[in-house]
Design a protein around this ligand. Structure first.
Ligand SMILES: [Zn+2]
Length: 309
């Protein structure tokens, strides 16, 4: 092959990150189901006609004609295949998809190609669930997708045994999760851990998980992605699950992404805009959304903050 030889590739990809540079250029990170995460350079693409620009938005599915210059991939043509319009009509939904995209880039930067297909399947289902699902379910959808992303990205959690000694926990009894140890603790290690933290005068980073929540966690880790986002959860369980997932991410990923912050800001902004003089507690909003005798329209209007801070 001569120094000037270049290979032309036809790649499908989900756009997971875009970094503009110069006046009209873009670096893209896409997920391809066969090759995993790929970095693409797209020269002049922001100056081109509408079709090309739409094909390089965040969280779209596109087809890329790419030249491979000795390992550097340059976009020649980009064509939108599916733009997830439901995400684009709602900034909270789009930002939630952004959280998943950002977390994927973080967790799968050095992933093997074997991880590409399951990640692809998960993200497509998650983006669909985020664009089509009812507003009161968005937070659960995001939490479930995040939990599954962590599992795929090499942080599989065991929900049946002590993480320190491997002893199986009594079935149906619930358990205490230690974030510092990345797992459940048996009685012996729970006592030891609590004692250690008490002497250090620190709040123990542990959480009691009910048997029902443990069963749900196992299911969310193993269920096929096509069924993952159809589950229900009581408001109380959802609140605990949400706190668990948020804490788990904090202990697993080194720096929480910008999208998390943005999502929190957006929800705060919406709350203040809708209820300028009233404080709305998270659990209150959730309970009201589930109560009877409301029309779906009212419910949507009154529960804008059903997504993590
Ligand atoms: Zn133990």
């Amino acid at each position: 092959m001569s120094a000037y030889a270049r290979e032309r590739l036809d790649l499908r990809g989900l756009v997971l990150a875009r970094r503009p540079y110069g006046e009209a250029d873009l670096f893209l990170t896409i997920l391809n189901p066969e090759r995993g995460l790929l970095e693409l350079g797209a020269r002049g693409i922001r100056r081109q006609r509408q079709g090309q620009a739409a094909a390089v938005e965040l969280a779209v599915l596109s087809r890329f004609q790419v030249f491979d210059y000795r390992g550097r991939l340059r976009v020649d043509q980009a064509e939108l295949e599916y733009g997830f319009p439901g995400l684009r009509q709602d900034i909270v939904r789009l930002t939630a998809a952004g959280v998943l995209a950002e977390l994927s880039c973080d967790l799968f930067a050095d992933a093997s190609v074997e991880q590409a297909a399951p990640l692809w399947e998960l993200l497509l289902h998650a983006f669909h669930a985020l664009e089509e699902g009812p507003e009161e379910r968005l937070r659960l959808t995001l939490d479930v997708a995040v939990l599954r992303l962590l599992a795929l990205g090499g942080f599989p959690q065991r929900y049946d045994a002590c993480v320190l000694c491997g002893r199986l926990l009594p079935e149906g009894a619930g358990g205490v999760w230690s974030f510092a140890d990345h797992g459940l603790l048996c009685r012996v290690h729970e006592k030891a851990e609590m004692g250690r933290l008490e002497t250090e005068h620190r709040a123990p980073p542990v959480m009691a998980l009910s048997p029902a929540l443990l069963r749900a966690l196992v299911w969310y880790q193993e269920a096929p992605p096509s069924r993952l986002f159809q589950t229900q959860m009581s408001p109380g369980a959802k609140a605990v699950f949400h706190a668990f997932v948020r804490e788990l991410v904090g202990w697993t990923v080194e720096r929480p992404g910008r999208s998390w912050q943005l999502l929190g800001d957006l929800i705060q902004f919406q709350r203040e805009a809708v209820w300028p003089r009233r404080e709305v507690r998270e659990d209150e909003g959730e309970n009201r959304g589930e109560s009877e005798g409301e029309t779906p329209g009212q419910r949507l209007k009154e529960t804008p903050g059903d997504i993590p801070n």
